[in-house]
Design a protein around this ligand. Structure first.
Ligand code: BGC
Length: 715
């Protein structure tokens, strides 16, 4: 397509329309006829609406075909629209939430899941997915931690790359879609974990921890970037010229499309950063924002701004060129419908192959946190399945087209895979402020007593995490606490299955719980995965990628923190002048990297091949890992580095390598990592990324908590 020529023949009004995106219901309340939706009140001409560039939120092939067809009949330039939607953990076959996928420590598996989601989305007419969300998350109060892969920049970067590659493939394949990373940048650092809140941080912290995952996605060829709602040091991202133009475009050489978040343009006025809509449009264009989502400042003001000489038509042309180039790459000029197919919707979406992959992901995402000889239930004759989440779908938030009626509940999973007697009781409601109902709890305790073992499903409803779902207290409801205590009193062989979109703070009740695991929000096949794990037909292998605090007040809590001058002491009785609380310890309840298995592993003989490295040199770090239990299992061998002295204080530990290892009982393997100058580099106070000479420590272990340091020196 001769894009330059196309642009040459477009009016500014038509160009602004390419740069505007609305939800389908804004355009028209039906798929035919006049603009009957809120568009008619938008003060935009019918001609501009007829030239609209993209739509968000459609989910069926039928609506895409109807809308595109009608659009092409009206648009004088015959430019197809792009259709975009939020595909966070699957399109209709839903796999675990990204925080759960993180716990697999298998970027390749996540890539496969994204490719599956891309195919289902593409068939339903989607060209761009607003995914992956790759914000670094340290604060479990923030509801959107469910959308991330966790608190570590190294791991998040690997997942960012994998997800972009999974969605996009080479983009020529019609079953791939363009990915849109979000939310650029540092949206996850919202103060006090309150969604949309301000972000204040030094540039070197931003670059060291918060930017690497976005950079990894850009380096992997992501086609689109969504700017975030938040301010960074006072500047809202969609008008942040330094962030979008200087860093993203010039420094990282990103030449794709930048889209705003939902009405984030006009929120610049509320932030107190822009005076009015016209000022918004000027600031956003100067920052190189290409598409405005769900507001109309470009449509209303670009023409006027050009005539006043405040912006140039060239700037507009560059934005439109980026948008049209993406349409061209997607092949929409040749075939505006690409993979959209009502026929294939019936055969491909939620097909057996996709469901199998979602089940596998749900098995691998589940993390066993505690097990006092309770699990697996491989020798029991009866199981009581109890709890408000035992017989509901648990797909979680941001479910896209995921359907309750297609999801497998835990009770359904147990019924499918267990031959013995099964009892069921809800025990209480799963609502945030559920009141205790003694009769329901007594009923649950009664069936717990008569069963050989109990699977108790508690946690958070899907709708309690996700956007605008920050929580000031991240424990369980009183009703659920009482249910746990009554059921465990009735039957000590109780395993608690924690459905959650975030780490919860469970110190207050953990001693009452004999066994605990989390499948997170496991998706449509969750029930089968949980049943197989609980019955011992599958083994747990997930490891946390976000620390579980003991108490809410510890948030934000993350393993790669600075030491302070008075590091906390990992001793429950310590009450000295150190950096901890007088009513809570400094350590998390469960560390980053932690997760149990039905077998045990021993990591030994950690060694380095030399203890001094010079420039262009590398150190080889090796460790032996042995399955010392009685059955097959997988673990994640993790390598952490600590820069002992540097020009600025460095984290106590930083993940720099890992290997997921599967071993038969008694089997042993040597894992090998390598450290070079780049592994040791960091952003100093002047924001230069360099490795500094001096002393380092390396740890190899199975969580961020453990491991003995081995010293080496970089010369
Ligand atoms: C969210 C984005 C999402 C967009 C479009 C916003 O409210 O922050 O993550 O992509 O809506 O649905």
């Amino acid at each position: 397509m001769d894009i330059q020529n196309l642009i040459k023949n477009m009016t500014i009004e038509e160009k602004a329309a390419q740069m505007t995106q609305v939800a389908l219901n804004v355009l028209t309340s039906a798929f035919e006829g006049d603009f009957t939706g809120p568009a008619q009140d938008s003060n935009i001409s019918d001609h501009a609406w007829e030239s609209l560039g993209s739509i968000l939120g459609t989910k069926t092939a039928e609506s895409v075909i109807a809308t595109q067809k009608e659009h092409l009949e009206r648009d004088v330039n015959h430019i197809p629209m792009m259709f975009m939607t939020d595909v966070i953990h699957g399109f209709q076959t839903i796999y675990p939430i990204p925080l759960g996928m993180g716990a697999t420590w298998e970027p390749e598996l996540m890539k496969e899941c994204c490719a599956m989601a891309a195919k289902e989305a593409a068939i339903s007419g989607i060209n761009v997915v607003f995914s992956p969300m790759i914000d670094l998350a340290r604060d479990a109060r923030w509801g959107r931690v469910m959308e991330t892969t966790g608190e570590d920049p190294y791991l998040n970067s690997l997942y960012a790359k994998a997800q972009v590659e999974g969605y996009q493939g080479d983009l020529k394949n019609k079953y791939n879609v363009a990915a849109c990373i979000k939310h650029f940048a540092a949206y996850g650092a919202a103060e006090s974990g309150r969604d949309y809140n301000a972000v204040e941080m030094s540039e070197h912290t931003l670059r060291e921890f918060f930017l690497p995952s976005y950079k990894a996605a850009v380096d992997s060829g992501v086609e689109m970037v969504m700017s975030s709602f938040n301010t960074i040091n006072g500047v809202p991202s969609s008008g942040n010229k330094w962030l979008l133009d200087d860093v993203l475009r010039k420094e990282w050489e990103f030449d794709g499309v930048i889209i705003s978040d939902w009405r984030a343009f006009v929120e610049m006025i509320i932030h107190g950063f822009a005076e009015d809509e016209k000022d918004v449009a000027e600031k956003a264009l100067n920052a190189t924002s290409d598409i405005e989502m769900m507001s109309y400042t470009y449509a209303h003001h670009l023409e006027e701004l050009v005539s006043e000489g405040k912006i140039s038509e060239d700037q507009i042309d560059r934005a439109v060129e980026r948008i049209l180039r993406l349409k061209d790459k997607l092949g929409l000029f040749d075939n505006p419908y690409r993979a959209t197919s009502t026929e294939e919707e019936k055969t491909v979406i939620h097909c057996a192959e996709h469901r199998k992959l979602a089940e596998k992901a749900a098995v691998k995402a589940s993390v066993l946190l505690k097990n006092d000889n309770v699990l697996p239930f491989d020798n029991v004759k009866s199981i009581a399945v109890i709890g408000p989440f035992a017989d509901c779908e648990n797909i979680g938030s941001w479910r896209c087209n995921g359907k309750d009626e297609e999801a497998v509940t835990t009770l359904m999973g147990i019924k499918e895979h267990f031959d013995g007697e099964i009892y069921y009781a809800a025990g209480c409601s799963g609502d945030l402020n559920a009141k205790t109902d003694k009769a329901l709890i007594d009923e649950a305790a009664k069936i717990a007593e008569k069963a050989d073992a109990v699977l108790l499903c508690v946690g958070e409803k899907g709708k309690m995490s996700g956007e605008a779902k920050s929580r000031a207290y991240i424990g369980l409801s009183d009703a659920q606490n009482e249910l746990i205590r009554s059921v465990v009193t009735a039957n000590k062989r109780t395993a608690v299955c924690l459905f959650t979109g975030r780490p919860l703070a469970l110190e207050y009740i953990i001693d009452d719980i004999p066994a605990l695991f989390t499948p997170w929000q496991p998706g449509t096949e969750g029930g089968y995965a949980i049943a197989k794990l609980v019955l011992g037909k599958e083994n747990f292998s997930g490891k946390l990628t976000m620390s579980f605090p003991r108490q809410t007040g510890q948030c934000p809590i993350y393993y790669n923190q600075l030491n302070t001058g008075r590091p906390f002491v990992d001793d429950v009785n310590y009450m000295g002048y150190v950096s901890m609380y007088i009513d809570c310890f400094g350590t998390p309840l469960y560390y980053f990297g932690y997760g149990l298995s039905y077998t045990d592993f021993e990591i030994s003989n950690v060694r380095i091949d030399k203890n001094r490295i010079s420039e262009n040199d590398k150190i080889t770090v090796s460790a032996d890992v042995k399955n010392i239990g009685t059955r097959f299992g997988e673990t994640v061998v993790q390598m952490y580095i600590h820069d002992v002295t540097a020009s600025i204080a460095r984290p106590v530990k930083e993940l720099k390598g890992f290997e997921k290892v599967g071993l038969e009982a008694g089997e042993k393997k040597t894992v090998v990592f390598s450290i070079n100058r780049d592994t040791l580099a960091f952003y100093n106070a002047s924001c230069e990324r360099k490795a500094e000479c001096g002393k380092f420590e390396v740890y190899v272990s199975d969580s961020a908590k453990t491991g003995d340091p081995i010293e080496f020196v970089m010369e």
